[in-house]
Design a protein around this ligand. Structure first.
Ligand SMILES: C[S@@+](CC[C@H](N)C(=O)[O-])C[C@H]1O[C@@H](n2cnc3c(N)ncnc32)[C@H](O)[C@@H]1O
Length: 205
């Protein structure tokens, strides 16, 4: 592992800075190959992103985060671990899903502990809406997955309701592969975490 003072050389472009935020990313050019891609929406300090990227070298990983300091932490972790299959992009989650990710491109979205906005008057700031699910559907590859975890029961019930009324997803009952816990996942006892995995339904299934 690299020490913090000797960073850049090996993994120079860990943060994606697109030439245009209006054109979809060229993922093959970014990763230098064609591989299934997983996207961690709201990746925080990147702890979870680097663990899943290190454990799955045949897949590519993209962290989406809006806060500069957390993007910087993620960048540092990717570089220190010398991961060639992980990148981070500083952009708002909904915008990334709607505009920046190509259609039919993502094998798996992780939405781990989206900001809960517990006060009713702030609910409209929550990221999961009907439009968001439609955008996720567009960006997912055939049979792709959206994996959600939250500690907020009322937010979870609302996500279940939106998923239940959507014809674009089915609830996946496949057992989840074992994965490293995210930073927030470690904060809550497992019994206080509500989880849902949605599978994209499309004509191609
Ligand atoms: C509660 S933390 C969870 C972090 C991480 N996913 C975990 O499970 O440990 C939510 C993260 O999502 C980021 N975030 C919240 N809303 C966002 C948005 N609309 N676009 C991009 N990032 C967002 C926050 O800055 C924060 O880092």
């Amino acid at each position: 592992m690299l020490q913090s003072r000797e960073l850049p050389a090996l993994v120079p472009d860990v943060e994606i800075v697109p030439a245009s935020y209006f054109a979809p990313l060229d993922l093959e050019a970014i990763y230098g190959r064609s591989a299934p891609i997983e996207v961690d929406l709201g990746c925080g300090d990147g702890s979870f992103l680097v663990e899943i990227a290190a454990a799955n070298p045949a897949r590519d990983f993209l962290g989406i985060e809006r806060l500069f300091g957390r993007v910087r932490s993620t960048r540092r972790k990717i570089t220190q671990r010398e991961l060639t299959n992980a990148r981070v992009l500083r952009v708002e989650t909904s915008y990334a899903v709607r505009q920046v990710l190509p259609a039919d491109s993502v094998a798996l979205f992780h939405l781990m502990f989206p900001d809960p906005w517990p006060k009713r008057r702030h609910w409209r700031r929550r990221v999961v809406t009907e439009d968001f699910l439609a955008a996720v559907h567009r960006a997912l590859a055939p049979r792709g997955l959206l994996r959600i975890a939250t500690d907020q029961i009322d937010y979870f019930r609302e996500i279940e309701r939106l998923a239940g009324q959507s014809t674009q997803f089915v609830i996946s009952s496949d057992p989840e592969p074992r994965r490293a816990p995210s930073t927030f996942e470690k904060r809550f006892s497992q019994s206080g975490i509500y989880r849902l995995v949605l599978r994209k339904v499309s004509d191609v299934t």
